[in-house]
Design a protein around this ligand. Sequence first.
Ligand code: URP
Ligand code: ZN
Ligand code: ZN
Length: 499
Amino acid sequence: MGLVVLELLKRFSALVSILLLTASATMFILHKRIAMSLLIRNGLVVTGAAQGIGDVLCVGEKIVAVGDRLDAPSGVEVVDATGKYIFPGFIDPHTHIHLPFMGTLAKDTYETGTRAALVGGTTTIFDMCCPGRDTPHWDGYREWRDRAGGRACCDYSFHMGVTHFDRASSPGELRRIVEEGVSSFKVFLAYKGALGIDDEALAQTLSLARELGVVTAAHCENETLVSELQGALLRAGRTGPEAHHDSRPPRVEAEGVHHLMTFAEMMRAPVYIVHLSCREALEEALRARARGVSVRIETLIQYLTLSKTHAEQPAFEGAKFVMSPPLRDAANHDALWNALEQGLVDTVATDHAPFDFATQKRMGEGDFTKIPNGIPALEDRINLLHTQGVLTGKIRLSTLVNVASTNPAKIFGLYPRKGTVQPGADADLVVYDPGARGIISARTQQMNVDYSAFEGWETCGRPELVTLRGRVVVRDGHHVGTPGDGQFLRRPAQPPRFS
Ligand code: URP
Ligand code: ZN
Ligand code: ZN
């Protein structure tokens, strides 16, 4: 009898311990959930389609309600957004955080680059996975994934750079990468002998992309013309950064676009033109779109705000402004702003590619073709779009949201998880103070690079608070998150949603 009682007591105490453990685990989870609940009150909620004063309630990683005077669940953190905008987290569809290029390595790491992104209001980046032409696609992809994993502060995806195409091995490897959730390719029609591919590889890549249901992004410049013009300029003694523009004039870019349009049409593959810089190239793209080619167009904040005169500054200062395609005549600015506002150009990216002026850009002193190409801007994109675009009346607030968040999400298969403010979407939000004044400077920026192309520019507007899947990662303009907060975003292959 005694033994039976003892055994029952043992079982009872085991049961009690299990119940206690379960209860404390539940309390812990509940506490975490409550701790991660956030109510943003009384801001102007701005999406690409509508705007109105309201509240946004986030629980865990998701937005659960958007409305007027929402009830505050107990324990919720309440943020007063009176006088502020509530934007969906911004998406930069074209960055280079890890980039071995032109004999050097871009300066940011996934930690520094994505921290800068968040401070600038960007909660998702699409980084270009650009392995060398001798590296198998799968190995290249793994390298980029491994570098970003556990380090990125914001969410991220990749465009898979196809820098070579082998009929035997490429289709299988690329299919596997698409199955991993990387549902876009990237090709370079420029950079002869380096990242660029020939026409045969282009046709094969587009054909495979169509079969797999993925979009191909392309850098459009005619590489043969670029290398011919570069040679001629150098032989004529034009060796400084100011010659860069003439080695890649608008017609060379327009020819690259025309070329891609023809291939996309023949292969019946959807394409995305990266970093379109000028009217001539835009006309080629729009002509193709009018005849039914499935083409989406990206421009950059640099092409909307800087011009070729920046690259013409003396004492090699112009090297800070060398990128490809080059900065154009300022007459192109209005054409690009108008095209954004009319919905003809779909996205504004940064093509963030940071190279230090003191050491890396100087590799091209005496030969402009050796200046590492790129102008960092990941941190500045939204404030510049707001200051230079919205406040000047060139674009509406809703256009800003469309080109910098909603459209990238739609084109690359993240919508409506990202790119909007609605129940069920990831709670990536930017509480934006439209009146906050700032001055851009390399001394204060988060990007790991020793200069700013926008040094001394005044900005009006600032991301005050940023959430990433419900967690506050920027407070009062300062990063308060941790490396590793960012998640790799799987994007299943699908026919692109363009409307
Ligand atoms: O100049 C640029 N655009 N640098 C980054 C590499 C590329 O072409 O996108
Ligand atoms: Zn490019
Ligand atoms: Zn790029």
